[in-house]
Design a binder for this molecule. Structure first.
Ligand SMILES: CC(C)(COP(=O)(O)OP(=O)(O)OC[C@H]1O[C@@H](n2cnc3c(N)ncnc32)[C@H](O)[C@@H]1OP(=O)(O)O)[C@@H](O)C(=O)NCCC(=O)NCCS
Length: 194
């Protein structure tokens, strides 16, 4: 799957990863550290030490988690996860988590392609409802809205940054009503809408 305004030069290829190699761990560490440094609300305070980020990635993916990565020029520049609900009555539900695109690779359709790939994967595993939350006011809200997610509501004071400032989170959901035709297999390519 390629993501780009120029189909002859894909911006990124999207693939699923079930077990991370040392190189993939290094790349994902760099993506996470740079996103946190740039101010993203991802559960960590800046500055995020590389060894802490690498240890965190070493625990991913755990059972049931779908991990997608976006690659460009032989390195991972973006990623997203689908985490299953723990409860028996939530087997149809998945939570989108840790959607990250390296700051140097933004606004090229990479997050959109990752989300499209994740939705395809979710459908193949029988998921009919996706949920997520993201910090109020962040660009990610524009992305989710553009992708057809609906706002469920906001909780004030959800997250505290390193300076002690509280910010609200916005909950989004998207019913997956259409069956999938394909999933993102190894080496698959995504095409951004023209
Ligand atoms: C949010 C994020 C993943 C977007 O990645 P991206 O690859 O730049 O996004 P895309 O290029 O696929 O953008 C797709 C659409 O989302 C919206 N969008 C993305 N970034 C935006 C921004 N900074 N401002 C306004 N709209 C934006 C636009 O509608 C865009 O379509 P367009 O470029 O045709 O206008 C990226 O900014 C990021 O990694 N942020 C830090 C981590 C984070 O906050 N993740 C979300 C946690 S829930």
């Amino acid at each position: 799957m390629s993501v780009n305004s120029a189909p002859s030069q894909p911006a990124a290829s999207i693939r699923r990863v079930d077990r991370l190699s040392a190189k993939e761990l290094d790349d994902l560490t760099e993506v996470l550290v740079s996103c946190v440094a740039q101010g993203a609300s991802l559960g960590f305070h800046a500055p995020l030490p590389a060894d802490v980020a690498r240890d965190w990635w070493a625990g991913v993916p755990r059972d049931g988690v779908i991990l997608l990565v976006a690659e460009r020029d032989g390195r991972i520049v973006g990623t997203v996860q689908l985490q299953p609900a723990e409860s028996e009555n939530g087997a149809h539900r998945g939570e989108v988590a840790k959607l990250l695109v390296h700051p140097s690779w933004r606004r090229q359709g990479i997050a959109r392609a990752l989300m499209m790939g994740l939705e395809a994967e979710a459908r193949t595993t029988g998921k009919t409802l996706l949920v997520l939350d993201t910090r109020e006011g962040d660009p990610s809200n524009d992305l989710y809205h553009a992708l057809g997610y609906r706002e469920a509501g906001r909780i004030p004071g959800w997250a505290r940054d390193a300076a002690g400032t509280l910010s609200a989170t916005v909950f989004w959901y998207k019913p997956l009503e259409c069956p999938a035709e394909t999933s993102v297999g190894p080496g698959a390519e995504a095409h951004a809408p023209s």
